[in-house]
Design a binder for this molecule. Sequence first.
Ligand code: SF4
Length: 334
Amino acid sequence: MLDALQRPVHDLRISVTDRCNFRCVYCMPKHIFGPNYSFLKRSQLLSYEEIERVARIFVNHGVRKLRLTGGEPLVRKDIELLIEKLSAIDGVQDLSLTTNGSLLTLDKAEKLRASGLRRITISLDSLDGDTFKSMNGVDFAPEPILQAIDTAAAVGLAPVKVNMVVKRGVNDNAVQSAAEYFRGTGHIIRFIEYMDVGNSNRWQREQVISAAEIRDIIGRKFPIEPASPDYHGEVAQRWRYRDGSGEIGIIASVSQPFCSTCTRARLSADGLLYTCLFANTGHDLRAPLRAGTTDEELATTIRQIWSARTDRYSELRASQTIEIPKIEMSYIGG
Ligand code: SF4
């Protein structure tokens, strides 16, 4: 199944909730996502059976990677039941989950692994307590997250990928120490350029630390060299340490957009299909799912949506400022 720019669909990112127990400043700032914010109601959420149906249709059309996101996916009850269903779908080659790690106890990690989860990505924006607390907006310390990373690896969810969003004047001074901390551990830290996702983070281009700057910051102390991508459409650039002590990733959506190889579709927790992270409209799959539509009819709808896809927001953003209302990161997940 190819889109209008000849890009196949290979990854389906599934948001299972728009709720989160953190209030990260670049995603879910407290002044917007406060106590009166109206999150999706239970009845609006796709059930695990409905998510499985959609995922199965996508896998039949070429998807090989499923990633569970949120909000914070571990706040959704019994997520292991969904993972069991998805890991049983024939053709799934990779099943992963992105979490802030705050709820990843040993018991939870073991259950996720036992239910079929293959890999996990944990967000950690700084090793420095004050910086991390100010960025997550809930005064949560980094130590439990570092523990969660080791716990994930201990139960077999390795190599653990660690995501760090780098914002100028906020945590760019933590890039080298984060690289140093994870170097030689087998965990892969990925530095993410600060993006204008959604409308809440008041993004400014000057606040972006570019991939080139990140490479310089790290390369000054730990020489790195490019490594070839693991697969077509991989989001992160891979850079390995010249001394063989591991690798890092850099996600350069702003300075080096990668829309030409974008194979990602996104399903929101309330059943809308989005063909770009920076989209402003989605396609409702929940209504047909609940109206007794057959899988074949649903597949036809999904084929029509994907084959008409022309999204390449990051490429366009490189040459112009685009002022459109966009879906929130906390709603659609990364
Ligand atoms: S901006 Fe949209 S089309 Fe481009 S890589 Fe990101 S999700 Fe894909």
